[in-house]
Design a protein around this ligand. Structure first.
Ligand code: PLP
Length: 408
């Protein structure tokens, strides 16, 4: 029995007629009761518009919001609370860097290095910068097992590279990328590094100071927190020289008819009324994650990953993408296809058994093209999953081709 299952009310509910087997954790994670309660408690006892009110309740809301910022700061080892910018999600965090760093500081002839496995959120914003500024985009390509070699990194990050934006963990292949090597190579070339941590922070600790990364982006909802809250970490000296991204209330100092000056960090980047309830939920999610511990999370997931890969290898007509031989430098995200069956059909049939997996291009169309497929099915694990979940998934998957009239 997984001791954490009991903390997640939704996992006690039935999907269709069957127990919910939730294997779409890379899309979003389920929420523990403590997070649900913390958000509820905020709305019951502390809700007010922060910063604006001089009355007690507004001061309380401001304190809760700033306490949440401090919790995030300590969680990722930043230097100062002002380096933590609350956003809506990783997508907004990455856009913030593209628009407020990429547009003003990159010039025609500069180059950006991305990887072919980027989520569209860490690709399309850079395409906008490239088009606006005449910047060239270069791409890292993985080897046959889904990993970037040192040679590839050294070839694609050069003296012309001014910015490197890569994902820590692939949302399709589960590959854990060699970010220390990438950051080191980028800094030697004088480039700044933007790390997309959306898929890493649910599974691995992030210490921005140890990594010496310049920017890091992640979403709350993939790490047990509510939807609608995300984080951008940025080194203070970079954030300070960047112009605001969104403008309006809360982010100003003085406003005149024709001009305005801007607030200090982090308010400069937090225009409008913030998601205080979301930030409170994120702080509680961090406390919960710390209670479980990344060691437990990794141990549970890596056992389940090995078990799932082993099970899949015994089912004919199933192709698994990425590294199938080893669970090293690999997270519990598995993309696969069944011969002759569209991934949407696979996911629909699995749903009949209560199994929730994702099917499609996973917002990573360039990677789909690189893998020579239009789409895949994707199973993604978290520490509250069990071997029983995997057994139900495998048994259901075995039935897929038969349902559609194909032989075994
Ligand atoms: C690697 C990666 N980056 C960025 C995102 C975007 O996250 P969000 O939709 O929460 O902004 C995702 C979402 O799946 C992702 O997997």
């Amino acid at each position: 029995m997984n001791p954490y299952l009991i903390d997640f009310p939704i996992l006690q509910e039935k999907a269709t007629e069957k127990r919910l087997v939730y294997l779409d954790n890379a899309a979003t994670t389920q929420k523990p009761l403590s997070v649900i309660k913390a958000v509820e408690e905020y709305y019951r006892a502390s809700n007010a518009n922060p910063y604006r009110g001089l009355y007690q309740l507004s001061v309380k809301a401001t304190q809760e919001y700033e306490n949440a910022r401090h919790t995030v700061n300590e969680f990722i080892g930043a230097e100062d609370d002002s380096e933590i910018i609350f956003t809506r999600n990783a997508t907004e965090s990455l856009n913030l860097v593209a628009y407020s760093y990429g547009l003003p500081f990159l010039q025609k002839g500069d180059e950006i290095t991305l990887s072919v496995m980027e989520h569209h959120s860490n690709l399309v914003p850079w395409q906008m910068v490239a088009k606006a500024k005449g910047v060239k985009l270069n791409f890292l390509y993985p080897d046959a097992t889904g990993h970037f070699t040192d040679e590839e990194i050294e070839k694609k990050i050069t003296q012309n590279t001014k910015l490197v934006a890569v994902t820590y963990v692939s949302n399709v292949l589960g590959t854990v990328n060699p970010v220390a090597k990438i950051i080191d190579t980028a800094h030697s070339a004088g480039a700044v590094v933007v790390l997309d941590c959306a898929q890493s922070i649910p599974h691995f600790p992030l210490n921005v100071k140890d990594l010496d990364v310049d920017f890091a982006a992640f979403s709350g909802h993939k790490m047990l927190a509510p939807m609608g809250i995300g984080v951008l970490y940025g080194k203070k000296m970079l954030l300070e020289k960047m112009p605001p991204f969104l403008t309006g209330g809360e982010m100003i100092e003085y406003v005149y008819e024709q001009d305005a000056t801007f607030a200090q960090l982090p308010q400069k980047f937090e225009a409008g009324t913030p998601n205080v309830g979301g930030a409170v939920g994120m702080a509680e999610a961090i406390r919960y994650l710390q209670k479980v511990g990344y060691d437990t999370i990794q141990k549970t997931e890596s056992e389940l990953l090995a078990y799932t890969l082993q099970g899949l290898s015994g089912i004919p007509h199933v192709t698994v993408y990425g590294d199938t031989a080893s669970t090293r430098n690999r997270c519990g995200v598995i993309s696969f296809n069944v011969d002759d069956v569209h991934p949407h059909d696979v996911a629909t049939i699995l749903n009949e058994d209560g199994v929730a997996v994702r099917a499609g291009h996973h917002c990573a169309q360039p990677l789909m093209r690189f893998l020579n497929v239009n789409a895949t099915c994707r199973l993604s694990l978290y520490f509250y999953n069990t071997k029983e979940d995997i057994d139900i998934f495998l048994e259901s998957l075995k039935k897929v081709r038969g349902w559609l009239g194909y032989g075994a």
